[in-house]
Ligand binder design. Structure first.
Ligand SMILES: *Cc1c(COP(=O)(O)O)cnc(C)c1O
Length: 356
């Protein structure tokens, strides 16, 4: 029998979240960000659920080609740019829009025969200091890009470092707008945080990611309060129950010790499934429809929960590690990380089930 550890992917929730992003983005073109296998939700699922998006944005060229082979005809944006000159040919062949964040990329493009034409997103560095041009570099890149026979259309883009903080994008936006002044090109800004909370940052196009999967980009606002629906439920079952006496410990390191006699449930899910080992005692876990708490250390294939308040629970009882009842952001916060990381870390051995 298959191990009961399953990630249920809810396409209706993804469609709902996309519609919410659309309503916030107004007339801006909407790129649905699907990098990292659609934040762990499966690229195929994303392709179906985000049919109404104007384009898909990702990092991985092999996956972009796969999208074309599977029949995605709308634009595809390569968010991290080309990694070598071969990617220019792939972009021409498969009509992939390329982020260009260095003059070297324009050298690569200029070196290819001008038979096909591609669209470019010139990236401005608005303070993240990872990728992108400064204001002068953006101007030079723009002038060169529009002169290349291989280039069909140029968009100017930036990525905010602090859109999730109050006022966090103000300076970056001002720098970006100033750098774009006088350049005749549409602009693309706004991750989920900016789509949701900073309408003044929206330009001709936006790029939401995490909100489409139903997690919050903000540390202090829940996904539910934003009107988002979780798209991934990580589920499993109890595979054993232990009765501890006062003073008995559970798990590696004996980090949890029972103060009084208690029942412990053993869940078939551990860090090799993508559940964070750093989740501490007290992290919420839903068992048989009731919120319980994780106790002791998460191990590779199992974790343990306190069944004191759930006397009816036994082998086979249903468990939700995150999903509709246990927000992924709550588990992430307990583990000292963010929902993004938990989604992306979902392990290949977890069975995927799709609800449409
Ligand atoms: C990942 C990414 C996004 C989406 O960010 P979210 O916070 O998930 O909405 C947007 N733009 C770029 C360049 C990205 O890399």
């Amino acid at each position: 029998m298959a191990r009961p550890t399953t990630a249920l992917i809810d396409l209706a929730a993804m469609r709902h979240n996309l519609a919410l992003a659309r309503s916030r983005a107004g007339p801006s073109m909407l790129w649905a960000v699907v990098k990292a296998d659609a934040y762990g939700h499966g690229l195929e699922n994303a392709m179906r659920a985000f049919e109404a998006a104007d384009g898909l944005a990702l990092i991985e060229f092999d996956r972009a080609v796969w999208l074309r082979e599977r029949g995605w005809h709308k634009p595809i944006l390569m968010l991290e740019g080309p990694f070598g000159v071969a990617d220019i040919d792939a972009a021409i062949t498969h009509q992939l829009t390329l982020v260009v964040h260095d003059h070297l990329h324009l050298d690569w493009i200029a070196s290819r025969p001008g038979s096909g034409r591609i669209e470019l997103f010139l990236k401005f560095n608005s303070g993240m200091n990872r990728l992108g041009f400064d204001a002068d570099g953006l101007r030079q890149a723009y002038t060169r890009a529009v002169s290349l026979a291989q280039v069909r259309r140029v968009t100017l883009m930036t990525h905010f470092a602090n859109a999730d903080l109050p006022g966090g994008a103000d300076g970056a936006l001002a720098c970006f707008d100033a750098a774009c002044e006088g350049l005749d090109a549409p602009r693309c800004t706004s991750n989920s945080a900016a789509v949701l909370s900073l309408p003044q940052t929206h330009r001709e196009a936006v790029r939401p990611g995490i909100m489409l999967y139903g997690a919050s980009p903000f540390a202090d606002q829940s996904a539910a309060s934003l009107g988002l629906r979780p798209a991934m439920s990580l589920r499993s079952e109890l595979i054993a129950v232990q009765t501890l006496a006062a003073g008995d410990a559970v798990g590696y390191g004996s980090s949890f010790v029972a103060q009084a006699p208690m029942r412990i449930g053993v869940v078939a899910c551990g860090y090799a499934d993508g559940y964070p080992r750093s989740a501490p005692t007290g992290t919420p876990v839903l068992v048989d429809g009731t919120r319980a708490r994780l106790v002791g250390r998460v191990s590779m294939d199992m974790l343990t929960v306190d069944l004191s308040q759930i006397p009816q629970a036994g082998i086979g009882s249903s468990v939700e590690l995150w999903g509709d009842s246990v927000p992924i952001d709550e588990v992430a916060a307990g583990a000292g990380t963010i929902g993004y990381e938990l989604m992306c870390a979902l392990a290949p051995r977890v069975l995927r089930e799709v609800k449409d």
